[in-house]
Design a protein around this ligand. Structure first.
Ligand code: DGY
Length: 333
């Protein structure tokens, strides 16, 4: 895309790690960084984006038809993150706007969080940590605070892509877990590397000791884990979600945990976000919740910042966008 450098103006919806900002500064772009200690409202986002040529945003900005109708002039929307369910990609494509994201670089960090949640839930660690501060460390009781072991259990992955595979490798290596998975399509790499076995959704639900969600949010996955599904899981099972909170029904999850229908849950994503401090999940023994921090390491966030900036830079240099979500846009443009 040919544009004079002086005309390139990038709006950054948050204060992202410096690395990407620096890269764009070196290109000579005009940059506007939203520095307030609150997210922009959609009105503010639209108003600001109208005077910019590119947007660097997160999955917490709503890039829907309303936004796109007001901002059809944008040369690119570059998302700081791998999931892009916040963006109406079909509409962006119709309007000729390329959408970029930052896959791969956050797979290990996110899998670490899924793996960590699983161990924490299996040993009630978050709960026990809190109980000490409430003065509940009294004396040794052989039958109290017992967790369950993960060795040789079955890990079920819902959505076995890059993050799911990284989680599965951790579980196989650490606990020799058998890996079963359900996906839109079979993952031959996972089958070859760790002997993962493709199963139907019903088999996944009924046979997993730990069921870890790594699918993207879509019409098919939204609300997929509901009362009915939890009711078919093993009563000794652990449910982990580090993908998107809307994939599970939180009321149904609370009901399943309260009634011993499943054993525990670890969530890095909730429904809604942020989770209310009064949410009953926060006081349950077998539950661990984190505030959507899957990709939250210095190294990963730096790489994401770099990739998100690179998507914009390569476009303006007239090169291929390294991580283009909607390649069909090249035909419309
Ligand atoms: C992602 O990259 O999709 C993370 O969940 C942050 O939104």
């Amino acid at each position: 895309m040919k544009k004079e450098t002086k005309d390139i103006k990038v709006l950054l919806s948050r204060h992202f790690p410096e690395r990407g900002i620096e890269m764009m500064r070196e290109e000579g772009y005009g940059l506007t960084v939203w520095n307030e200690d609150r997210p922009m409202t959609q009105k503010e986002l639209i108003r600001k984006a109208r005077s910019h040529t590119a947007l660097l945003c997160t999955s917490f900005e709503k890039i829907d038809k309303t936004f796109l109708d007001h901002c059809s002039h944008l040369d690119i929307i570059s998302q700081f993150g791998v999931g892009y369910d916040n963006i109406d990609v079909d509409q962006a494509t119709r309007q000729g706007i390329p959408v970029g994201n930052t896959p791969d670089v956050l797979s290990d960090a996110t899998a670490d969080v899924a793996f960590g949640l699983m161990i924490n839930v299996s040993r009630k660690m978050f709960y026990l940590h809190k109980s000490i501060s409430q003065g509940e460390w009294n004396y040794f009781r052989p039958n109290a605070n017992l967790g369950i072991e993960l060795k040789n259990r079955t890990l079920g992955i819902f959505g076995l892509g890059r993050i799911g595979l990284a989680m599965a490798k951790r579980c196989r290596g650490a606990y020799n877990m058998e890996v079963i998975y359900h996906n839109r399509s079979e993952n031959s790499e996972a089958e070859r590397e760790i002997g993962a076995r493709y199963v139907s959704f019903d088999d996944l639900v009924e046979n997993s000791d730990v069921l870890s969600v790594h699918a993207s949010l879509s019409k098919e996955t939204s609300g997929r884990f509901d009362k009915n599904v939890f009711g078919r899981m093993k009563s000794s099972s652990i449910f982990i979600n580090t993908a998107r909170g809307l994939i599970h029904n939180e009321e149904d999850l609370i009901h399943a945990l309260d009634n011993g229908i499943i054993w525990g849950a670890g969530l890095d994503v909730t429904n809604p976000e942020p989770m209310a401090p009064s949410n009953p999940l926060l006081s349950m023994e077998n539950v661990a919740v984190l505030p959507h921090v899957g990709s939250g390491t210095v190294e990963t966030r730096n790489k994401m910042s770099e990739l998100a900036a690179l998507n914009i830079i390569e476009l303006y240099r007239g090169n291929e966008i390294p991580n283009l979500v909607n390649p069909e846009v090249l035909k419309t443009g």
